[in-house]
Design a protein around this ligand. Structure first.
Ligand SMILES: [Zn+2]
Length: 287
């Protein structure tokens, strides 16, 4: 067997949200790793607009930019400390990817978290996540060194309940790492955006219901199946994980009468603002 190839970077290297699909972009690694790990390899050198996209997605996912909040291009250039051009380019991309909507004369509106959209995302996750885990179990035979790292990510994320951005990132990283092991670029792209949007819902749901929070012990079971190179067991463990998350998430969102189409009213620290009463970096919408 060929020497194990390393994909991705070592754990604990920090990470950012890749603007293209929301990948964690690893810290610079060796040329060999970069060749192998196509999924994390930017196709072009980092652009300011990419930076803006990553920064905005991070703020949306963590709720810093509240669901349903109205913002202007000016708000965001001030928030990010960037000039208009990269922010404008970033807004165009985020709009295409469904992170914001644009309304003439009213500005941009941050993606809402609704029960229906969350359910749609969970439906997709129920299909894709078990597939990713099964592919990872197969990929683990080719990249045995990666299983150990994935296990470390599982440990990192266990006990976390998306209480802060570090915990959100830990959960996200585990799933990104798992998908990368399956070595399917299209699946990786789909799941990257799916996970980010679901994480936005996690943060909201957690503010509404802190009972029965999934503690991510499922991650360890998934890794154990992957380590045995058992795709069916990995598939089952991932399906159970998705079901646990779905049960909590939907219950939390449905049980709360505070969930509006526009996002969360009255509970979020950064509630949404109405059209024409745009927020600013020190105001409600942007905090
Ligand atoms: Zn998970």
């Amino acid at each position: 067997m060929a020497a194990p190839l390393r994909i991705g970077a070592d754990r604990g290297n920090g990470g950012t949200i890749n603007p293209v699909a929301g990948h964690i972009t690893a810290a610079p690694s060796s040329p060999k790793e970069r060749r192998v790990n196509y999924a994390r390899q930017p196709e072009t050198p980092a652009l300011l607009s990419d930076e803006a996209i990553g920064a905005l997605k991070r703020r949306i996912v963590t709720g810093e930019l509240a669901p349903g909040a109205w913002v202007s291009e000016g708000d965001l250039t001030e928030l990010l400390g960037m000039s208009k051009t990269p922010v404008r380019e970033a807004l165009a991309v985020l709009r295409r990817q469904g992170w914001i909507t644009a309304t003439p004369r009213s500005g941009y509106r941050i993606r809402s978290v609704t029960v229906r959209e969350t359910r749609d995302l969970l439906d997709l996750q129920a299909v894709l996540e078990p597939m990713a885990a099964a592919k990872a179990a197969i990929g683990s035979q080719r990249y045995p060194g990666e299983v150990e790292k994935l296990a470390a990510f599982a440990v990192d994320s266990t006990g976390h309940t998306w209480a802060n951005s570090d915990e959100i990132l830990a959960h996200y990283r585990f799933h990104r790492r798992l998908t990368a092991l399956g070595n399917n670029r299209e699946l990786d792209l789909l799941l990257a955006d799916l996970h980010l949007k679901l994480h936005q819902a996690f943060v909201i749901a957690r503010k509404l219901d802190t009972t029965n929070l999934p503690d991510n012990t499922d991650h360890r079971r998934i890794v154990e199946a992957i380590a045995r190179h058992d795709p069916e067991a990995a598939r089952r463990a991932a399906a159970e994980h998705v079901t646990a998350i779905r049960t909590w998430l939907i219950t939390a969102l449905i049980d709360s009468d505070a969930v509006l189409d526009a996002g969360i009213s009255g509970r979020s620290r950064s509630g949404f603002t109405k059209p024409r009463a745009r927020s600013n970096p020190t105001g409600q919408g942007l905090r």
